[in-house]
Design a protein around this ligand. Structure first.
Ligand SMILES: [Zn+2]
Length: 126
C-alpha cells in the first residue's frame, strides 16, 4: 500500500477489500466450500488472530462473519477459499465457528468482549 496513506485510510481500504472478497466467496460457496484463515500480521502478531491462523471453516458456516477479517484496526488477516477436492488432499479438520468460539471461551483463550469486538468488523454490514 501507498506509504503516504494514514492508518485510517489503510483500514478503509482493508474493509472495502474484505467486503468485496466476502461477497465473492459467498457467491461461490457451493463450489469453494472451505475457508482458511491466514494471519498476516508480521510483527506484534495479534494473539487473538493467532487462534484462527490456519483454521478451516465451512464457507457457508452461518457464523463465519464473526471471524471474518479484518477483526480489528490494523488487521491484515485474510480468508481464502478452496474446493472440497483440494481440502480433502490437505487432510484438514473443519471447525464449526460457533463451537470453536465457545471452546475458546471455555478454555479462557478469548473473552466475550473480544468476540463482540471482532463482530464489529462484520463484512455483511460495511
Ligand atoms: Zn488479524
Amino acid at each position: 500500500m501507498d506509504k503516504n496513506l494514514t492508518e485510517e485510510d489503510r483500514q478503509i481500504i482493508r474493509v472495502a477489500n474484505s467486503k468485496e472478497r466476502y461477497a465473492r466467496q459467498q457467491d461461490a460457496k457451493d463450489y469453494l466450500k472451505f475457508s482458511i484463515y491466514h494471519q498476516q500480521e508480521r510483527q506484534n502478531k495479534n494473539r487473538l488472530h493467532s487462534l484462527f491462523d490456519g483454521k478451516v471453516f465451512r464457507t457457508d458456516d452461518p457464523y463465519i462473519y464473526a471471524v471474518y477479517p479484518p477483526n480489528c484496526m490494523g488487521c491484515n488477516c485474510v480468508i481464502t477459499t478452496i474446493s472440497e477436492r483440494k481440502f480433502k488432499n490437505m487432510n484438514g479438520v473443519v471447525l464449526d465457528v460457533k463451537e470453536y468460539l465457545l471452546s475458546l471461551l471455555k478454555s479462557g483463550d478469548i473473552t466475550i468482549e473480544e468476540i463482540k469486538e471482532m463482530e464489529k468488523f462484520d463484512p455483511r454490514k460495511y
